[in-house]
Design a binder for this molecule. Sequence first.
Ligand SMILES: Cc1ncc(COP(=O)(O)O)c(C=O)c1O
Length: 390
Amino acid sequence: MSDQLQPETLALHTGIHRSQFKEHSEAMYLTSSFVFDNAAQAAARFMGQEPGNIYSRFTNPTVTAFEERLAALEGAETCIATSSGMSAILACVMGLLSAGDHIVASRSLFGATVNLFNTILKRFNVDTTFVSATDVNAWQAAIQPNTKLFFLETPSNPLTEISDIAALAAVAKKSGIRLAVDNCFCTPILQKPLELGADIVIHSATKYLDGQGRILGGAVLGSRELLMDGGIYGFLRTAGPTMSAFNAWVVLKGLETLKIRMQAHSESALQMAQWLESQPNVQRVYYPGLASHPQYALAKQQQKTGGGIVTFEVKGGREAAWRVIDASRLISITANLGDAKSTLTHPATTTHARISQEARDAAGISEGMLRIAVGLEAVQDLQADLVRGL
Ligand SMILES: Cc1ncc(COP(=O)(O)O)c(C=O)c1O
């Protein structure tokens, strides 16, 4: 499929391999394995001498369709789908790093990513230095002779801090370090990290790519050389954190509406952010589309809109924040984001509860902070829901 096509067209027409039945909507191939014509063909497939499906831990046509579609949207040569966003991050680090290697990572990462780097990888002698998401010099200063990977999320979860992808890619390249960007909050509709110089894009497909909170999934994207020869595909094939055909089908269809959803999420989120800024009991609003955001200029240049996530701090700490949550009737009290239904989260006691208080303080996650993933409801209904608790 031509990469001259616009994203909304690519999202509908890439990755289509019709069966003999000529179905219009993509078929779902729910099968563990595939049948060979004879023993020689089986041997040739296993040896990689003949293309074709073998076993759904590492080859499945529905999963391939999703991988092709997302790769087209991100402008990536290759995409490897995984069972969740966390397994995409795991596949990335297990594929690229060895014991004794070092990571420089943003201090403003999803809590489970911090835990993976800080506790699990540490047991395998891979150390991580956490630095400010926004201070390029700090990344440069943290480089060690054994640093192999820069890892960041932008906008970050939950503070919506913006990292300068192009500047960090330049720093990384000079030292032969790979830059991986978790593009979960923006999706390729709003931001394309590979075009800005990143080597790897990570997704939790659980979020906006699905868009209706139905499945768990993830993806790693980048060059063929890095993903296929660099060990990431090898890790997935051997260890098996694979995306299921069912989940691949759901998210493949989710991608078809990604552009109009991201536009709608962004428009409503901007209205919500502006409205929250005017509320007397709101201390501060964090949204990249607001002129008051510290990296507003960079966000404008790097991403198309501010996205769908608005974080805000209420006066009165945890008690006041929980009051807002408990007073809501429409907005779901849940940890997910990127759903058509708006979701409201208290990061300090949920998504970021298992990291240390010290790490929470360093990331700026306060007790009065709330994160709303603005869905597709009418904005006035969301405001009416929040105003009760505010
Ligand atoms: C930015 C970000 N990256 C990764 C993940 C992990 O994704 P998953 O829950 O699909 O494993 C999340 C989950 O909330 C996230 O917010």
